[in-house]
Write a protein of this length. Structure first.
Length: 382
């Protein structure tokens, strides 16, 4: 499980061709960093680095699991799946460099709306679930270079792993425990991986899985988004597992009477405990969700979703943008040792920083480039 942390400044720690800016989260196996990739002629790109934790780097089983994750995820190239840029090693540390998505996961979005007294719109839940279906179907149908199905199953479809960017794009993240048949690190029979409350009955029982397990998990997630209630709970892990495998599932309208029967029918088909009665593919679930959206009085676009999120997190947006800007200023001040530069840290008040940021954006420059140009011209023409 990954534990989210308040952003912790790393002081611009150099890590290969990357600079680690903030530590965002730490899990049992890896640390997550916000980082900046640097290249020729001032090239810069904000990325996320997932680095295996130092005390595990010498344990072959953990390293193999980490490499399996990277190799699998690197084969997935779809707009609704977070992209992997690189699998690498710096000294004894293995890492994955992946796409940075400026947004929030659904485990933060809905609680934030609740705290603000805003009911999360059901049409947004359906739209997000449709995008998740699209990404899952792509992964489920992925083949190798010879056209052989990989039979990928994510196995951890949860609100934490559904990310919505501030431009309205939906991304599935963390294929960390996903499996394809034939991987080196095969799961031992009966071994359970994933977050308990969102598991399918067959996953809870440690049985072999196929794409229909992810469909059940998405059904659990969508149920929670629509009703605000966790479907499977218990006083212990055993009680949760028993609830999944044996407990009765009441329709979403039991908690929210205004949920339309058509919406309930889609959710309940995804939640069939007998997987032969579930949707046979994520594409077929997406088809029904899209039909519901098409029949709705209001069909939200990505722009609608983006505006909703920006309003919801307006108090956090400025702080996060300032954090990225401060990171750029730090890099600009430190210079690039490969170009023979010496460190120069700039401390600016908010008004000056924002003014420089606007000038940099108008001229298509980074803050580092602008700061260098301003200083160079001042020294030349003073």
């Amino acid at each position: 499980m990954t534990r989210e942390l308040p952003a912790q400044r790393t002081g611009g720690l150099r890590f290969g061709k990357y600079v680690l800016l903030d530590r965002l989260a730490v899990g049992g196996m890896a640390e997550i960093f916000l980082a900046r990739q640097e290249g020729l002629e001032g090239f810069e790109k904000t990325v996320v680095i997932k680095r295996i934790r130092p005390h595990l780097s010498k344990q072959k089983s953990f390293v193999q699991m980490f490499l399996d994750e990277a190799r699998l995820a690197a084969q997935l190239n779809h707009p609704n799946i977070v992209q992997i840029h690189e699998l690498g090693q710096v000294d004894d540390s293995y890492f994955i460099a992946m796409e940075y998505v400026f947004g929030r996961d659904m485990a933060r979005i809905i609680p934030k709306a609740e705290r603000m007294g805003i009911a999360f719109p059901a049409v947004y839940a359906l739209k997000i679930a449709s995008s998740v279906c699209e990404g899952l179907h792509y992964a489920h149908e992925r083949t190798d270079a010879w056209g052989n199905p990989l039979h990928i199953v994510h196995r951890d479809v949860t609100p934490e792993n559904v990310f919505v960017s501030f431009d309205g794009t939906v991304k599935i993240i963390d294929f960390g425990i996903a499996k394809a048949r034939g991987q080196t690190g095969e799961t031992t029979a009966g071994e359970i991986k994933g977050k308990l409350s969102f598991m399918s009955p067959e996953q809870a029982l440690g049985k072999p899985l196929d794409c229909r397990s992810d469909i059940f998990s998405l059904g659990v997630v969508l149920y929670e988004w629509l009703t605000g209630f966790r479907l499977f709970t218990g006083d212990s892990e055993v009680a949760v597992l028993r609830s999944i495998s044996e407990g009765k599932i009441y329709g979403p309208s039991y908690f929210k009477p205004d949920i339309p029967p058509e919406v309930e029918a889609v959710v309940m088909r995804a939640l069939e405990k007998d997987r032969d009665r579930r949707y046979p593919s994520a594409w077929e679930m997406q088809r029904d969700l899209d039909h519901l959206l098409a029949e709705s009085d209001f069909r939200p676009s990505s722009m609608h979703l983006a505006n909703f999120l920006k309003q919801l997190f307006s108090d956090e947006l400025e702080a996060e943008q300032a954090r990225l800007t401060r990171a750029s200023e730090t890099l600009a001040g430190e210079g690039d040792a490969r170009r023979g530069g010496k460190a120069l840290r700039l401390h600016l008040d908010d008004a000056d920083r924002k003014a420089l940021q606007r000038v940099a954006e108008r001229n298509g420059l980074t803050l580092e480039e602008l700061a260098r140009d301003v200083l160079r011209d001042w020294l030349k023409y003073r």
